[in-house]
Design a protein around this ligand. Sequence first.
Ligand code: ATP
Ligand code: MG
Length: 329
Amino acid sequence: MSGAVPVIEVRELKKYFPLPRRYPAQAAARVHAVDGVSFAIGRGETLSLVGESGCGKSTVGRTILGLTRPTAGEVRLDGVRIDNLPAGRLRPLRRRMQVVFQDPFSSLNPRLSVREILAEPIANFTLARTRGELAERIAGLLEKVRLPADAAGRFPHEFSGGQRQRIGIARALATEPEVIICDEAVSALDVSVKAQIVNLLSDLQDELGLSLLFITHDLAIVEHLTHRVAVMYLGRIVEAADRRSLFARAWHPYTQALLSAVPVPDPAARRRRTILKGDVPSPVNLPTGCRFHTRCPHAFARCRSEEPELRPVGDAQWVACHLDARPGG
Ligand SMILES: Nc1ncnc2c1ncn2[C@@H]1O[C@H](COP(=O)(O)OP(=O)(O)OP(=O)(O)O)[C@@H](O)[C@H]1O
Ligand SMILES: [Mg+2]
C-alpha cells in the first residue's frame, strides 16, 4: 500500500451487546462480539475476515457500515472517522460502502422487478437525471455482472441462486462504491456457482478498483481471491497475513486447524489434520488468558493467564500466540 491512506481502517474496534433481559442475574454481563480488532484495507485490495460462526465477523462488517455503533474504537473511511457521525452525515458516505449478503433471495424484494431493484439506489443518491440515463445505468450494471439485458423486466424468483447473487452484486455496484463488504456472499451457493461468483467479484475488482472485505467461515473459497487474510476467534484477530504466507505456513494453532479442515485435491500435499476439541466458549464468559487455550493442543500455563498480543512472525504475518515457534516447524 506504500503509505497511502487506506480506504477502510478500523482501530481497536469493540462491540459489546447487552444480554437479553431473560438473564437478569447477569445484568452487567455483555456479549463480547468484537473485542479489539484493528486492520486496514487499501484501494483495490481484498481482505478476508475468516473464523467460525459467532466469532464477530458480521458485527465488524455492520459496524463499518454504520448499521451499529461501536462500543469503543474507530472506523475510518479514506482517513476520516465515520463511527461517530450523526446519521445525516453518514448517509451520503453510505454511497461509497455497499454490502452483499449471503442470501440474495431474502435481501431482494420479491415484488420488485430487477429494474426497480436497481433503480432504487440510483434514485436514492440521484445518480441519474433522466429516464434515459437511468435505463442506461441499469443496462450497464446488468452487463457488469454478466446478466442478459432482458433480466431487467424479470423478478427475483425467476432466477437461480447464482443469478440472484449477481443481482445483489449489481445493486451494490449501483451507487459506484469504493468498498464492498461481502458477508458470506457465496456461502449458500453450489461449489461451481461459488467459483463463478468469486471470479466475477475478482474481475469487478480489477475493472473498478474496488476494495473488498470478504467475510466467510470458509478459508478455502478465499484462496484464489484474497490479498490478505485476518483470522478471528471470539472477537479478536489471532492471525493476520498475506495470502501466500497464510496458506503456505499458517502459524496460529487455530488457523492451522481451520486450514486442515480444507480439502486438498493432491493427496501428497494433504495437510496434517487437526481436530479442534470442544466447542467455542461463550463470548459472555470469556476464557482467561488466550481465548483459544481451552481448545489449543499446545496450550501451557502462560496461555491460561496472559492474553497474547499480535506480533510479527514474518514479513507479512502477525500472530497472537505465546508459543516461541510455529507448531509443526
Ligand atoms: N444484535 C445483537 N444482540 C446481541 N448479541 C448479538 C447481536 N448481534 C450479534 N450478537 C452476538 O455477537 C456474537 C458475534 O456475532 P456475529 O454475527 O458478528 O458472528 P459471525 O462471525 O458473523 O457468525 P456467523 O458466521 O454465524 O455469521 C455472537 O455471539 C452473536 O450471538
Ligand atoms: Mg455472520
